[in-house]
Design a binder for this molecule. Structure first.
Ligand code: NI
Length: 344
């Protein structure tokens, strides 16, 4: 027979054990939540335009590969960008993935190549390292010139493009998106230090033709302001986002407008050979070429196409240089797709 006193003690003990159990599990749960939050805070992963290859096997493989990479890489302090460049040759798809880890202003590169054979229906993945196959060519003096322009930066990839241009003693105009400027302080320094031309590509990459006058001016002015505050440089040219331009924009713009006459479609294909071939097929003196410094395929294309253009006697210049060399004074109210040259 249990005494009332003993019963009370037993109940008390059971209650303490229960309390401890609940308390401990709460702590554990709290710990796990903390870890998840920490992981999320530290992991910023970006995938640039997901690729589709119209082949289930390749698409699935790429999908799995990318999500696996994104999920397994935990970064202490930095962003991970996964970008790609692909080519199709002899019944094979060659896809190179580039992983950029931005940490403390340095970029680490991992390149994986996936090779799909249509005939064998087989995928091989291997890790590769980029070889520098391109010799530096001496500049051939010539009157022929072409302006390279890069939109949508600054981005994780911009410094690499600048380095390539510098390597080939070339210049270009970078049309920057205002709201990106603050995020890439180091990149801004590199652009200025290497004498690249800085242009205005609106503040938030909106289609200006759909905005009211006041908003259009705000998009332009705010961009000039952030660029000036960061670099002390006043951009000379405007390139409206999407090239969206009409009479009203031309009239409103406080700067000459620059469009293009060769569109490489780099954003669409991510294919360095296609970009290179398009330029070489259509290029003529005085052209303005549209590219984006936000893609690795563009970087690879620039590396391949500059030596080819130089062989043909072209000098690669910025838009302001193009005006200068061609003896043309840029005017307000005009959208320039080329300057001087055989086009005129
Ligand atoms: Ni753009």
């Amino acid at each position: 027979m249990i005494k009332r006193k003993h019963l009370l003690i037993i109940i008390f003990l059971v209650l303490i054990i229960l309390f401890l159990f609940v308390f401990c599990s709460l702590i554990n749960k709290h710990d796990v939540i903390n870890k998840i939050i920490k992981k999320e805070e530290n992991t910023y992963s970006y995938l640039i335009n997901y690729p589709y290859f119209n082949n289930d096997k390749v698409d699935n493989y790429v999908d799995n590969y990318l999500s696996e990479r994104i999920n397994t890489i935990i970064l202490d302090n930095g962003d991970l960008f996964i970008d790609y460049d692909y080519n199709i040759k002899d019944n094979n798809i060659f896809i190179k993935f580039y992983e950029y880890v931005t940490k403390l202003n340095t970029i680490k590169e991992n390149i994986y190549e996936i090779n799909y054979d249509y005939e064998l229906d087989n995928i091989i993945k291997k890790r590769v390292f980029e070889e520098d196959n391109y010799d530096i060519l001496n500049y051939t003096k010539s009157d022929k010139m072409v302006a390279f322009t890069f939109d949508d930066g600054p981005s994780y990839n911009t410094i690499k493009i600048v380095n390539t241009l510098v390597k080939y003693d070339s210049k270009a105009t970078f049309f920057l998106v205002g709201n990106q400027v603050e995020k890439y302080a180091k990149t801004m320094d590199v652009l200025v230090k290497n004498g690249m031309d800085i242009g205005n590509h609106t503040y938030s990459h909106k289609e200006l033709t759909k905005l009211r006058d006041k908003e259009i001016l705000k998009e332009i002015d705010l961009t000039n302001e952030v660029i000036y505050n960061k670099t002390g440089i006043k951009p000379m040219f405007l390139r409206p986002s999407y090239g969206a331009m009409n009479k009203r924009i031309k009239k409103l713009s406080t700067m000459p407008i620059i469009i293009w006459n060769i569109d490489t479609l780099d954003w669409k294909y991510h294919n360095s050979n296609k970009i290179k071939d398009k330029i070489l097929k259509y290029v003529s003196d005085g052209d303005i070429i549209l590219m984006h410094d936000t893609y690795v395929a563009t970087l690879n294309a620039v590396e391949m196409v500059i030596p080819e253009l130089k062989k043909q006697g072209y000098k690669i210049v910025s838009v302001s240089e193009l005006f200068k060399y061609k003896g043309v004074k840029p005017k307000l109210g005009i959208g320039y797709g080329y300057v001087g040259g055989r086009n005129e």
